[in-house]
Design a protein around this ligand. Structure first.
Ligand code: HEC
Ligand code: HEC
Length: 255
């Protein structure tokens, strides 16, 4: 039998109906079946690892100026600081705005390697993010939303509490108040971000955090935003900070 966190059992007992911020965050992992958890834990069985491996190959591939990610960050990214990876999104003093991990990787690739230019929504960008996040496997999410990050966090929080689409429900109504309950044959989780990019078992694709938000918005019959949009970056900031204290699981497996 799997050992879950105390917060998970409290949720099931209905003792923790306060919003997530007043509770402990619980990883989506804790709500999966033992079979899915085993699959996630076994690198050879975890289908998300193909995306990580594709990212590893891209990490070593030279761009327009002959440099690869390896040229600056070492073989397999060993010079990257995993604690820093776990702290994304961060505020960039140079750009005077927050950058997500994907945004940082894209600016390295598009500006420091001379391309070929990658779009925010490209499969290659997703693969690179999966590889880089995987380096921080087991690190504690630790996003600082004080100082210049505060207004972006607040904007993301507001979006999380906005009612969407024809269904007219806000993210927090499902993910803060109903985690542990069954919804359309699935167990609702807190909608935490620590497993991303995740492999979705239902139809076998890997998706990043912003892409997953699109999937929820589409289910709510709302118009999704573009990946890399201001709205999604703000939501990612809010959701990342909401996962502070959880361990990075990339690539998580979720139903
Ligand atoms: C020419 C050198 C160079 C290349 C090539 C390069 N980077 Fe970077 N990278 C940097 C520098 C310098 C930083 C420090 C942050 C900044 O100034 O943007 C950085 C920051 C990062 C960070 C954030 C680390 C932190 O501590 O905040 C990640 C992740 C990263 N790069 C990934 C990549 C990936 C993936 C590639 C290949 C697609 C790549 N980089 C290519 C120079 C490079
Ligand atoms: C009607 C209920 C409902 C609403 C409203 C909703 N979602 Fe979800 N969401 C789900 C279900 C069901 C899943 C799949 C099971 C799970 O992980 O909770 C899910 C999954 C997620 C996940 C994946 C968690 C993981 O560990 O893989 C994230 C992130 C997420 N939602 C974010 C959002 C955001 C952001 C919004 C608002 C834009 C939102 N959701 C609105 C029902 C909802």
């Amino acid at each position: 039998m799997k050992i879950h966190s105390i917060a998970y059992y409290l949720l099931l007992l209905g003792l923790a109906s306060a919003p997530v911020h007043a509770q402990q965050p619980v990883s989506g992992y804790d709500f999966q079946t033992p079979e899915m958890q085993e699959m996630q834990d076994d690198d050879f069985a975890n289908p998300g690892m193909y995306t990580v491996e594709a990212g590893e190959a891209l990490f070593a591939t030279a761009g327009g100026n002959g440099k690869s990610c390896v040229s600056c960050h070492g073989e397999g990214g060993k010079q990257l600081d995993v604690k820093r990876i776990a702290a994304y999104p961060v505020y960039s003093e140079a750009q005077k705005k927050p950058v997500t991990l994907r945004g940082q990787i894209l600016s390295c690739r598009n500006e420091r390697m001379d391309g070929p230019q990658l779009q925010y929504s490209s499969e290659e960008a997703l693969q690179l993010v999966a590889f880089v996040r995987r380096l921080a496997l087991g690190e504690t999410v630790n996003v600082d939303v004080s100082g210049p990050m505060a207004p972006y966090y607040e904007a993301g929080k507001k979006l999380f509490h906005t009612r969407w689409g024809q269904v007219d429900i806000a993210c927090h109504q499902c993910h803060d108040y109903h985690a542990g309950q069954t919804f359309r044959g699935q167990t609702l989780t807190q909608g935490q971000s620590n497993g991303f990019p995740v492999y979705r078992y239902t139809d076998g694709h890997v998706v990043g955090i912003q892409g997953r938000i699109t999937e929820c918005l589409t289910n709510l019959r709302a118009e999704p935003y573009e990946l890399g949009s201001e709205e999604y970056i703000n939501l990612e900031i809010y959701m990342s900070a909401r996962s502070n204290g959880l361990k990075i699981e990339t690539p998580g497996i979720r139903y």
